[in-house]
Design a protein around this ligand. Structure first.
Ligand code: G6P
Length: 626
């Protein structure tokens, strides 16, 4: 959601703020702004430049006064994703209230009460946001004689809801204060003196490798000498230890690809290898031996598993359910986090609650984990972000190792989630309950180790056979009125994911269906302007899916088949054809190849439509509000 950056030190602050905000653009935003002390940090006047729309608008405002801001060495910045009030310049952050200026991420739940009280005391908020109100509270406290630090602490006692804030005051030039009260905030000391704060680690990478993830209820005070941490409630100093970041800044660049999303699709084989290396015990060749960590014991003890997730992560969980049930014979319930959190679910004893979230910040998934923890149900998180809220909340966490994913649409984070599900299915297959044949276990494990390599060969490069055939197909289909993606068994979750990807980045109407469901309604939509993407690898469900293909073909739909290279019968029924690799792998691995196809198809259609592929409209990468 909203992105926050703050910097104070000896370097040119505006450059750091703008490039930091750029690194946060992937979160999705609709307005942006910066606030800074004009001149040196000891100058007392804070200047604000903000605008609706893209960050370029703010840069243009700054460029209008060339050279004027070169000395600036203390400031804060923000990218806003509107929750309270429209995405206008007026509502954009930073917000100034008297000598207090702040940026905010999250929601002040009791803002209406606070607003009414402030108005009754004669204040006149200028924006529709909840964020601005905090500035008035801080100003009032400072007018009563508090320091900025004390004023922030006291004001937070009035707030309900989860948020993080970075704040400065003209009365205390050269100090930037940050608060984590739920929503994430990270801080790093600048080796040249000073500190940088941000809502996630990406903006910090250019300055530092050692970052501190603030705990919930921490306040950090930074100036050109460094930073100190305190408890928000008591004001007492607290010690926080830095974490070494594994992500290097150059991995964040596009490396020659036209879009991050495309680069991330091609990074999937590497992301799979990294995830295997992270989760498996590589010291042994015994199949499916997980690296010892607290989560393994929780998994092994579970009698039943309930998985909660949202969006693409939910589709990964759906496929996980299929694998876990088939391989490990363990009952799995699957739930949308946003529904589950407000229901009265009945949980059997011995149930393990698993939350899957690439960002580790999704509000609904986090809320379910919190609630379960309160009820003493063991919880396990699967996420791509170390130090994320979900990883901190769960009893134990498994990390996927997809690396930073900048494109808003999930790609490599999804396939690494799939892989972790597959690994757990394999690990639990070793339990007596599963009664698996040893030969099967070894064969599946060997296939899993081969998977990244086979996927890499299949993807080839941008000029290879697979990429070219998908590009050509996209050109032929670009005028379709709509798309149905259909599949059965292991292909069904990928049909859902394919339709979601297409909606997300190409803004084309698309639906994913279990192929057997078509006749129960959706088939009424079929005519010659519709394309049906049939996911039918040569697996257990292939023949059934082909029967469904015939039903839609008979009603005039254009058929794009995705199937085994040797399936000439299927190929002959299709108007367009994309073949899967001609290799012997267990059918459980087909979804990885199907995923690559639907990702690239959506990507090519989006490029043809000219959409903003990496930052699709209305979407955010990390959804920290309900
Ligand atoms: C957002 C993202 C999706 C993601 C969903 C769940 O909508 O744009 O790509 O699938 O949130 O996010 P999570 O971080 O919990 O996986």
């Amino acid at each position: 959601m909203c992105g926050i950056v703050g910097y104070v030190g000896k370097r040119p602050a505006l450059k750091i703020l703008i490039s930091g905000l750029r690194r946060l653009e992937y979160r999705g935003y609709d307005s942006a702004g910066v606030a800074f002390f004009e001149g040196s940090a000891t100058g007392s006047k804070i200047h604000i430049q903000k605008s609706e729309g893209k960050l370029e608008n703010v840069e243009r405002l700054l460029d209008a006064s060339p050279g004027r801001y070169e000395d600036v060495c203390c400031g804060i910045g923000h990218t806003r994703w509107a929750t309270h009030g429209k995405p206008t310049t007026q509502n954009a952050h930073p917000h100034q209230t008297g000598h207090v200026v702040l940026v905010h991420n999250g929601i002040i739940e009791n803002y209406q009460t606070i607003k009414a009280e402030l108005i009754a005391r004669g204040h006149r908020p200028q924006s529709e946001t909840d964020s601005e109100l905090l500035g008035f509270l801080v100003l009032e406290e400072m007018n009563r004689g508090s320091s900025l630090f004390e004023a922030v602490r006291k004001s937070f006692q009035r707030l309900q809801g989860q948020c993080s804030v970075v704040i400065m005051s003209e009365k205390e030039p050269g100090t930037v204060i940050g608060v984590r009260n739920g929503s994430p905030l990270v801080a790093a000391a600048d080796p040249k003196g000073g500190a940088i704060l941000a809502s996630d680690p990406q903006p910090l990478l250019e300055l530092a490798r050692e970052v501190v993830y603030l705990e919930h209820g921490d306040i950090v005070v930074s100036n050109d000498r460094g930073m100190r941490f305190y408890d928000l409630e008591t004001g007492a100093p607290v010690e926080r230890h830095p974490t070494q970041l594994e992500w290097s800044a150059d991995r964040l660049d596009k490396q020659g690809f036209p879009h991050y999303m495309l680069k991330e699709i091609y990074e999937q084989p590497t992301a799979l290898i990294d995830t295997l290396n992270g989760l498996l015990d590589r010291a042994t060749t015994d199949p499916f031996t997980l690296a010892r960590q607290p989560g393994v014991e929780l998994l092994e003890r579970a009698k039943e598993i309930t998985i909660v997730a949202c969006g693409t992560s939910w589709y990964a969980a759906l496929l996980g359910k299929y694998w876990l049930e088939r391989w490990a014979r363990i009952p799995v319930n699957l739930e949308l986090a946003s529904e589950y959190r407000y229901r009265d679910p009945v949980m059997n004893e011995g149930t393990l609650l698993v939350g899957i979230s690439q960002s580790g910040e999704t509000a609904d998934t986090l809320a379910v984990l919190r609630k379960s923890k309160k009820s003493e149900i063991p919880t396990l998180a699967i996420t791509n972000v170390r130090g994320s809220s979900i990883s901190r909340e769960a009893s134990a966490t498994f990390y996927t190792c997809a690396g930073p994913e900048i494109g808003v649409a999930a790609t490599k984070s999804f396939t690494t989630q799939l892989l972790s599900m597959l690994l757990f299915s394999g690990a639990l297959m070793l339990k007596p309950r599963a009664a698996a044949v040893p030969g099967d276990i070894t064969r599946r494990f060997d296939d899993m180790i081969r998977l990244p390599h086979v996927l890499s060969d299949y993807l080839g490069d941008r000029s290879g056979k697979m990429a070219s055939s998908i590009r050509e197909t996209a050109r032929a289909l670009q005028l379709s009125k709509g798309f149905f993606f259909i599949g059965r068994g292991y292909s069904f979750p990928i049909a859902l994911e394919g339709a979601l990807k297409l909606k997300e980045i190409a803004y084309v109407h698309a639906e994913g269906y279990a192929a057997g469901e078509l006749k129960h309604g959706p088939i009424a939509m079929i005519d010659e302007n519709m394309t049906v993407v049939v996911l039918a690898p040569g697996d257990t469900w292939r023949d059934k899916t082909v029967s469904n293909l015939q039903e839609v073909k008979a009603r005039g739909a254009r058929i794009l088949g995705v199937g085994s290279a040797s399936d000439s019968e299927l190929k002959s029924m299709c108007d367009h054809w994309i073949e899967l690799p001609n290799v012997q792998l267990d059918e459980a691995f087909m979804p990885f190849f199907l995923t690559a196809v639907v990702q690239l198809l959506s990507y090519e259609l989006a490029v043809l439509k000219g959409t903003d592929v990496d930052k699709p409209r209305n979407l955010a990468k990390s959804v920290t509000v309900e």
